[in-house]
Design a protein around this ligand. Structure first.
Ligand code: URA
Length: 438
């Protein structure tokens, strides 16, 4: 094989060797420009998944992905700029709430998000459930919208981090998602490509996350933060609980409807609490207000309707139907079958396999089975109880929104099987396991 044969890079990683920076960069550049086939990139991803990437390789991969497109400095945006990203979870609609909420607090949010990955939902898929809404904003559109509205959520594109767009879809299709270096490079390439003043990371830990333990999530958090620091960027990462669905809605239109309720101040709970926490953190770090004052300001922006109004403006600016904030159920697509979920028995909810619930929603059509496959924005699962709640026999714990009754019945059964009950009381898990970064 010649020195530039891309199979050498795959073979080196397969054998657990360190890949010299110029070779890894060359491989990724060639993939980004279409000179390396997906099958070879898939083999590389699997080798990296199994063998891992060291800190140097992770940095090179991140930088190569940033360099695959343009970077956006956001010089035309006057407000302090914050970006936030989740490493992926179930019923994780934090970005849908955070972006307009931070904008309502006077901050600017220019966010590149992802699509559903593995069993987790994706912000882009959720937003695109709103009729007419576009996420393929050009860099110029993104910047203009952030200056005018305060927030915008867009996809990777042929112009911004295209290599992440391609590798992200390939990882989803090849069972190579839950790898610390691959997640860190994917997340941080999108964050480093956009010139925000502060990067906030929501690193999920638990049954619905890619990192099943808090310790693994801490390693991912530290890896992401050190990639930011290596590029002189300010970043803070919170390791947060994903041992159960964060909110109640696992789907796309259903997630948007839930986010609208949180944005209107009508719904309390863990989804609101995390959005408030990240907004307060951003406000405090970027403007110097105390964290308590930041929390109070964020709660007030939800309760007064200001955050919801920002969401309306963001939706409208991206071509979506703004009436979604007034009556989400009338505007969002609806599934033909809504089927109640009976409880798995009586007792205290002790544990939830959130990944199983995410997979059940995916199988209803809320997620992709192969690259580029269409999704059904209307379907999904609403599951209400949280760990520690007492379930009573005969009282529905949520509902399945499905294309057919057979699909709904099967998903309801999977939700029941995903729950473990206890005879005695169970404490609610902590929402936050710690912060990293400066
Ligand atoms: N979010 C991303 O952008 N990439 C990942 O790999 C996981 C979550």
């Amino acid at each position: 094989m010649s020195a530039h044969d891309p199979r050498d890079v795959v073979a080196a990683k397969r054998d657990g060797e360190h890949i010299p920076p110029h070779e890894l960069r060359g491989f990724l550049d060639s993939y980004a420009s279409g000179d390396i086939a997906d099958y070879l990139a898939s083999a590389f991803l699997m080798a990296a998944y199994i063998r891992g990437l060291d800190a140097d390789e992770t940095r090179v991969m991140t930088e190569a992905m940033v360099a695959s497109g343009r970077t956006l400095r956001l010089d035309g945006v006057s407000a302090p700029k914050v970006d936030k990203h989740s490493t992926g979870g179930v019923a994780d609609g934090v970005t849908l709430v955070f972006a307009p909420l931070a904008a309502a607090l006077g901050l600017a949010v220019a966010k590149l998000s992802g699509r559903g990955l593995g069993h987790t939902g994706g912000t882009l898929d959720k937003l695109e459930a709103i009729p007419g809404l576009r996420t393929d904003l050009s860099p110029e559109e993104l910047e203009r919208q952030v200056e005018e509205v305060g927030c915008a959520v867009a996809s990777q594109s042929s112009e911004i981090v295209p290599a992440d767009g391609a590798l992200y879809a390939l990882r989803d299709a090849t069972a190579t998602v839950s790898s610390i270096p691959l997640i860190a490079a994917s997340v941080m390439s999108k964050k480093l490509a956009v010139g925000s003043d502060l990067i906030l990371l929501d690193v999920k830990a638990g049954s619905g996350a890619f990192m099943k333990t808090v310790d693994e999530a801490k390693v991912l958090a530290k890896t992401c933060v050190s990639l930011a620091l290596g590029h002189d960027r300010r970043a803070r990462a919170a390791v947060t609980d994903m041992s159960q669905p964060l909110g109640e809605a696992v789907g796309n239109a259903l997630d948007v409807a839930e986010a609208v309720q949180v944005l209107s101040g009508a719904r309390q709970g863990r989804l609101r609490d995390l959005a408030v926490m990240f907004s307060a953190e951003a406000l405090s770090r970027l403007t110097g207000v105390g964290i308590g004052e930041g929390r109070a300001a964020a709660a007030a922006a939800l309760d007064s309707g200001e955050a919801l109004e920002r969401f309306r403006r963001m939706v409208e600016a991206q071509g979506g139907d703004p009436r979604v904030v007034d009556d989400p159920h009338a505007i969002l697509p609806r599934a033909p079958v809504v089927f109640p979920i009976d409880p798995p028995g009586a007792g205290f909810l002790a544990a939830v396999d959130a990944e199983a619930i995410g997979r059940a929603a995916g199988e209803l059509g809320a997620g992709r089975t192969e690259r580029g496959a269409p999704i059904d924005p209307a379907v999904g699962i609403v599951v209400r109880p949280k760990v520690g709640d007492l379930l009573a026999p005969g009282e529905a714990i949520g509902e399945v929104h499905a294309a057919s009754e057979a699909a709904a019945r099967s998903a309801a059964e999977r939700v029941r099987k995903a729950m473990t009950l206890s005879d005695g009381p169970v404490p609610a898990p902590a929402l936050v396991h710690g912060w990293f970064g400066g």
